[in-house]
Design a protein around this ligand. Sequence first.
Ligand SMILES: C[S@@+](CC[C@H](N)C(=O)[O-])C[C@H]1O[C@@H](n2cnc3c(N)ncnc32)[C@H](O)[C@@H]1O
Length: 242
Amino acid sequence: MSFFRKYFEGTDDRVLMKWAHYYDIYERELAQSRDRPVSFLEIGVFKGGSVPMWKAFLADGSRLTFIDIDPACANHAEPGTTIEIGNQADPDFIEKIARTYGPFDIIVDDGSHVNAHQIKSFELLWPHIADGGVYVVEDCHTSYWPGFGGGYRNEASFIEFAKRLIDRMHSWYTDQDEMFPFDPIAKELESVRFFDSITMIEKRIKTGPPTLYIIENGRIEETTRPLKIRGRRSAFAGKDGS
Ligand SMILES: C[S@@+](CC[C@H](N)C(=O)[O-])C[C@H]1O[C@@H](n2cnc3c(N)ncnc32)[C@H](O)[C@@H]1O
């Protein structure tokens, strides 16, 4: 039986509220993070059900921090966890949280789900994700809800922001410098992964630009030459039927 199914059987009256398919995603995608103590932050406490859940899911010795704008949420802290009260979009509050409890291996944004807040919190907290860590945003379907500042293909939505992160991750390869300059976030962006309503953004600090291996007769030549080529043409021109 999965960790979460078993966990649900022993829950108490502290309501836990996440979409059903998130649990399989977490069990699969965060599996490696369970091998060692981590520093964890969740935005959004509500009735407190996720506090004992994350505590049980993560390795003993993990440092768990939760934030919520509602002062009543402070009552849901339990041993080994901390709950701080404040606004996820307030730079001073988030800076204080990051300074006190960061850097974080895992951050889960399950707060207001307002698109501008999701983007703001990401921008404030991304520098405080540890090397190898992951930033998770839940309920990204609000990117399609105008009432939350979203709407189909609304540039201001979190999903559109995350799609642009994909471009920024590839800016090493920029070949149209004026419209698509190199973005330093490429030096630390490992992946941007989309699941139904969940976006996961992984950090990995890179020591240099991506390199190409040219392997022949047991020898490896490592080069960044393709990154310097400008005005590329298809290597397959005329060979692919075009
Ligand atoms: C969906 S609930 C959290 C559910 C909880 N994580 C769980 O898994 O059961 C969202 C919470 O975000 C809080 N919230 C709303 N706006 C916020 C903001 N601007 N900053 C921080 N928390 C906020 C609400 O008070 C509410 O408790």
